[in-house]
Design a protein around this ligand. Structure first.
Ligand code: FA5
Length: 339
């Protein structure tokens, strides 16, 4: 029986087939089992001999079967390893990394510019109290200046901030002047019920600036804004201040920068005026200081508020503000810092 099957088993190539032959030879209905069952009919001295022989054949067969089984299993593993080999020398798939949004780049640049001049960078809540957005900024209820900023109200007292100026009030309130002057900028998102068009968005960015100390003059304001405009728009720029009105500054100004395209001669970018309006500013109104418990006879300062969206449009010649908010990668990847 062993000799008959030994060669056959060694040539089997599938685990299923091997299992079938194992059941045939060693199973309950197999020849060895039936020999062992027939032992009871044998004589006492035949019984141990036949028994020992049957056991020997059974052990030999099962050894051959087990050996073949592990060979076949190993072959399956080898086959798998071969087909699943990773070629580590192949070049990888390129991973496209994102890049900071162009407006974030403009704001980062302004932040490092002002940090270099000793300003702190502070951020505040976008859901703001009427108290900080308007009242503390010298705009009481029913003041006509509220119409200058169409506002999204949430409740009577809560609103989506319409400017970053409430951060002036929040910082002044907390500042300890025995520790030194207050110098801060506050970048962030603001909201207005403006109809979206090429130059207006209902959600856009602002960056507030505020300096409070003794003996701050309008010359400090002008020097600071000139340095900033030259940093952003080029070293040859000049600025001019035009009288304006904001409830929280007195006097108030609109700031124009000399056109970076034509140098002030007149071109389509500056609508042939030579000047481009870039931000609002002024000397902090005494009422705003008093509302924050600051002695307006001793301390004073300047504030400004600029729009990074408009800065980016000017700097890169972008003619539609909506390009910043429509997530078109063909537009956004032009400003990739990796080039
Ligand atoms: C203000 O919001 C004042 N808080 C600025 C200020 C601060 C003045 C401190 C004095 C002292 P204004 O409403 O002009 O001012 O807005 C400031 C800037 O925000 C504008 O110059 C413009 O760049 C930008 N801006 C205003 N409305 C929109 C809009 N709908 N979409 C995009 N940018 C806007």
């Amino acid at each position: 029986l062993f000799q008959q099957n030994n060669e056959v088993i060694k040539k089997i190539t599938s685990l299923d087939e091997l299992n079938q032959i194992r059941v045939q030879l060693l199973g309950k209905k197999g020849p060895i089992t039936s020999v062992l069952r027939g032992m009871k009919d044998l004589s006492a001295d035949e019984r141990p001999k036949v028994g020992a022989f049957a056991n020997k054949v059974r052990d030999e067969l099962s050894t051959v079967i087990e050996t073949r089984k592990s060979q076949l299993e190993q072959a399956v593993i080898n086959e798998k390893l071969k087909s699943e080999t990773v070629d580590v020398t192949l070049p990888g798939d390129p991973v496209t990394a994102g890049t900071p949004h162009i407006i974030i780049q403009i704001m980062d640049d302004l932040e490092s510019f002002f940090m270099g001049m000793g300003y702190q960078v502070l951020t505040g809540p976008e859901v703001e109290e009427d108290h900080y957005n308007f009242e503390m900024m010298n705009i009481p209820k029913d003041h006509p200046a509220r119409d200058m900023q169409e506002t999204f109200y949430i409740t009577n007292e809560l609103l989506m901030r319409s400017q970053t100026s409430p951060m002036q009030a929040r910082t002044m309130e907390k500042h300890d002047f025995t520790k030194g002057p207050l110098k801060m900028i506050s970048p962030g998102v603001v909201y207005r019920r403006d109809d979206d068009d090429a130059t207006h968005s209902h959600q856009f960015h602002q960056m507030e600036g505020l300096v409070i100390d003794k003996h701050i003059t309008m010359a400090d304001l002008k020097g600071t804004l000139l340095a900033m405009c030259q940093h952003v728009f080029g070293a040859d720029r000049t600025i001019r201040l035009r009288p304006s009105y904001f409830p929280f500054t007195e006097p108030s100004v609109e700031v124009d920068v000399s056109c970076f395209r034509c140098g002030g001669k007149g071109c389509p970018v500056c609508k042939y005026t030579g000047w481009i309006e870039v931000l609002g500013a002024g000397m902090v109104h005494p009422n705003v200081l008093r509302a924050a418990n600051i002695d307006a006879d001793v301390y004073g300062g300047f504030a400004f508020g600029l729009g990074p969206d408009r800065f980016a449009m000017l700097k890169y010649g972008i003619d539609d503000i909506r390009s910043f908010y429509t997530d078109d990668l063909r537009f956004l990847t032009q400003f990739s810092q990796e080039g």
